[in-house]
Ligand binder design. Structure first.
Ligand code: PLP
Length: 406
């Protein structure tokens, strides 16, 4: 096991060149050398503006970009790669749906249901769109342990409900939501479901067709790929009807002084020069994930999460947020320590070369719902190991003492 642990860690330059324990994977993952090399190779050998040049170099750049799109479609179970739009990140993908889809369908008196556990990226675009259209935002609340009951949702929807925005895996609880049931409920009243997959794609297999998601958004940087590349999946019939989000080069067929014919999907939504290097990096990250396979990744992350939570439970005054069962956490462990502010907790971890996240984690409505102001989060990736957990636990045990408590 130790050999395997060391071999996996060695694939990550940051983890080998810096003397740190990295437990902030929910914020962003580290990048394996193979992804960094693939991005470098793109700029060294294939760099040209994709889809713009009528010469071999540009064709090759276009091919690399198109292949990335096909691989992303396959990775999330989308049958049609035209339904994959490259964006900057999950936030931009969700804004695209809010500005383009929501603003064209929402009318005065309509309702948008947003889960209370959303990252601000999957709440503020809806708050904004609803305000502009005279629609109302309603909150789908979870239990203290993060469980969302489909029956509660069933009791909330009506023909006024046009959109349900909900995360696949919460960045606070790590819990997987029952998207398939929610989709069935919202479809029953003629609405659509917008799924935030930012925290699911790095950890569990995703099949948007099986989930029956109308829209599915995620970021590359949380799943071993470069920053600045994200994805929006949408059902063809929805994307085709939606107006563009950004206007400019690359998203048109013909332009006249008084009118324009837009390009077909997905290009209609990819105005301006695309992030081909990022897409190629995301493609490499997907190949890297496939190389290990989700059964392997999940098994490692689950074992580490069980170990982490069981050890944390033995430390007095440490309170874990969310489900009691460690297997519901998918590597995300959010917690508080009685009497100690999360910023102090994080600073003490940092003094011990351990990276964790402290604050509201862009989920202020959820913190209020749970009666909390601020929390600390340790979030794992499959490249973490038992030594990381032990280092974390050693420091965790000392924190209250260092703050002057028994
Ligand atoms: N949704 C969830 C659940 C997240 O955890 C995050 C980032 O932490 C986001 C959305 C936003 O991701 P990005 O900043 O990459 O757009």
């Amino acid at each position: 096991m130790k050999e395997l642990d060391a071999r996996i860690k060695k694939e990550y330059p940051v983890l080998t060149s810096r003397d740190i324990v990295y437990l902030d994977n929910g914020a962003t993952s580290q990048k394996p050398q193979v992804v960094i090399d693939t991005v470098n190779e793109f700029y060294e050998k294939y760099n040209a503006n994709p889809m713009r040049g009528l010469y071999d170099l540009s064709y090759e750049a276009t091919e690399a970009y198109d292949n990335a799109r096909k691989n992303v479609a396959d990775f999330i179970g989308a049958k049609d790669s035209d339904c994959i739009v490259f964006t900057r990140n999950a936030t931009e993908s969700l804004n695209l749906v809010a500005y383009s889809y929501a603003e064209s369908v929402l009318k005065e008196g309509d309702e948008v249901i947003v889960s209370i556990a959303e990252h601000h990226s999957n709440f503020l675009p809806w708050q904004n769109a609803a305000k502009k259209c005279g629609a109302e935002v309603k909150f789908f609340e979870c239990e203290q342990d993060g469980y969302f009951d489909p029956e509660k949702l069933r009791g909330m929807v009506s023909e006024k409900t046009k959109i349900l925005a909900i995360t696949h895996v919460s960045n606070i609880f790590g819990r997987v939501n029952d998207i398939k049931s929610f989709a069935e409920i919202i479809h029953g009243v003629g609405g659509v479901i917008v799924v935030d997959g930012a925290q699911s794609t790095p950890h569990i297999p995703v099949d948007v067709t099986e989930l029956d998601a109308d829209f599915f958004a995620f970021s590359g940087h949380k799943m071993f790929s470069p920053m600045g590349i994200g994805v929006l999946y949408g059902k063809r019939e929805l994307l085709e009807k939606m107006p563009p989000f950004l206007y400019g080069g690359e998203m048109i067929e013909y332009v006249f002084t008084d009118r324009v014919k837009f390009a077909e999907i997905p290009h209609k939504f990819e105005a301006g020069t695309v992030n081909a290097g990022g897409a190629v990096g995301l493609n490499a990250a997907i190949e890297y994930i496939k190389g290990y396979g989700f059964p392997f990744i999940e098994e490692r992350e689950n074992a580490l999460t069980v170990s982490l939570i069981e050890k944390m439970k033995e430390i007095p005054h440490v309170n874990i947020i969310g489900a009691k069962d460690p297997l519901e956490h998918h590597g995300i462990v959010t917690f508080t320590i009685d009497d100690v502010h999360p910023h102090d907790i994080s600073a003490i971890f940092s003094d011990n070369k351990i990276c964790v996240r402290a604050g509201h984690h862009c989920a202020q409505p959820l913190h209020k719902h749970l009666g909390l102001f601020s929390t600390t989060r340790a979030s794992l990736a499959f490249y973490n190991n038992e030594d990381d957990i032990d280092a974390f636990i050693d420091t965790l045990k000392k924190i209250r003492g260092l703050m002057g408590y028994e």
